[in-house]
Ligand binder design. Structure first.
Ligand code: CTP
Length: 401
């Protein structure tokens, strides 16, 4: 699948650079041509000689290398590739990318390229969790940069947590997915995400605390496995991922219409926190305060249940329908009852008591409930839950056909 693909590989300055040597080997085994670029700092960890020998190609290092500029200028170098891969992508390189700096060969190539860019971040967990890095991650995702990892685990510095560079084979999988060959290539998955806003009048609405973070993470995970994702989102706090088809809606009714319009699909995942009720007759003009202090009565009616409607479709039901269950007590019992009542295949249950910090937070602790039983997942970042769930969906669709 990677035969004859041209990959420009930028190796940044991190201890994980040693894994990039293996990455070069794995890419070449699969028939890809690798043009390596080694940053100054990268050269402190691996030598240009090993990089060039493994790549079977010149290892580029300097922006102002006259020989390079006469043979192939940096603009040309950045465009002759089919994909630009940065591994390891250090905090510094990511900051340069997010800020649009072009201060050395690597950052200049990243600014000059017209090709897709996939990065494999690698850094100490404190650096990864630093608000500056997290801001840069959000900016880069918004710019459509593809990510492979980082993973969680023990690091070279002895600490444990997120920031570890993805393994070479995981990066290869992300590269294959970027070329459209992931396990979900050709599959269509519809994801609902975020809260809905139900108008009371033109200026007021009923809403909930959902940030849309879990739905966005799942959509990214599915996209990275090659799926064509329709992302139907209410007014969420987090931006939708790049590289998916985004349909923005406000209300539950609009969300249902958008989901129906997006079908057929191989799978539907309802991660949205849909408002259960809407105001029966939303005011067309702003409701004014009554001078005598009487409060307006809001008549509520139930919203359509998107998950249940699609799960119970007689014709054209997606092969896999997945719901989420946000519960505050008896999580598993309620979630299992919900799975049966709504007719979906899986329920991803989570405990949203305020003390868990899950609703609106960056982590999630879920129990996956299927017809076969339940699986308790450890507390993970929402990104990691999204990736794992995407992999499970890929397996289930693979098994189905
Ligand atoms: N859901 C939906 N449409 C609705 C309400 C919920 O598609 N109108 C979906 C959610 O996206 C989620 C699942 O149903 O996947 C469960 O949502 P939840 O709010 O936990 O359940 P409710 O149906 O609201 O049940 P309850 O309020 O009794 O917990």
């Amino acid at each position: 699948m990677l035969a004859d693909r041209r990959i420009l590989l930028i190796i940044g300055g991190g201890i994980a650079a040693y894994k990039s040597l293996d990455l070069i080997r794995r890419l070449r085994e699969r028939g890809a041509a690798v043009t390596p670029v080694l940053t100054r700092a990268g050269g402190e960890f691996v030598t240009p000689l090993s990089v060039a020998a493994l790549a079977g190609a010149k290892c580029h290092r300097d922006l102002f290398d006259l020989t390079d500029e006469t043979e192939m200028g940096h603009i040309e170098l950045s465009r002759a590739a089919d994909l630009v891969v940065v591994a390891p992508a250090t905090a510094d390189l990511m900051a340069k990318m997010a800020a649009g700096l072009a201060t050395d060969l690597a950052s200049t190539l990243l600014m000059a390229t017209d090709k897709r860019v996939l990065i494999a971040p690698a850094m100490n967990l404190r650096m990864w969790l630093h608000p500056a890095t997290q801001r840069n991650v959000a900016t880069l995702r918004g710019d459509g940069i593809l990510f492979a990892g980082p993973g969680e685990g023990e690091m070279a510095c002895g600490e444990f947590g997120p920031g570890r560079m993805a393994e070479p084979l995981e990066i290869v999988a992300a590269i294959e997915a970027a070329f459209g060959g992931g396990p979900l290539a050709g599959r269509h998955v519809v994801v609902t995400s975020g809260p809905t806003h139900e108008p009371i009048d033109p200026v007021r609405y009923i809403a909930n605390r959902s940030s849309g973070a879990q739905g966005a993470a799942l959509a990214r995970g599915l996209r990275d496995l090659g799926a064509w994702v329709t992302f139907v989102t209410g007014p969420a706090a987090v931006p939708p991922p790049a590289g998916v088809e985004v349909v923005r809606v406000e209300t539950a009714d609009e969300m249902l219409r958008a989901v129906r319009a997006a079908l057929p699909a191989d799978a539907l995942v309802c991660a949205a926190a849909v408002a259960d009720w809407r105001v029966a007759k939303a005011g067309t003009a702003k409701i004014k305060k009554d001078r005598k202090g009487a409060v307006p009565a809001l008549d509520l009616v139930e919203n359509p249940d998107i998950l249940a409607q699609v799960a119970q479709m007689a014709e054209g039901r997606p092969a896999l329908v997945v719901g989420f269950a946000a519960e505050t007590d008896d999580v598993v019992a309620h979630a299992e009852a919900k799975r049966r009542r709504k007719g979906c295949d899986w329920i991803v249950a989570n405990d949203v008591r305020p003390a868990t910090g899950i609703m609106g937070g960056s982590e999630n602790a879920v129990t996956l409930i299927t017809a076969e039983g339940r699986e308790d997942w450890p507390r993970l970042s929402k990104d990691e839950v999204g990736r794992r769930l995407a992999r499970r969906i890929a397996e289930a669709l693979g098994a189905a056909g």
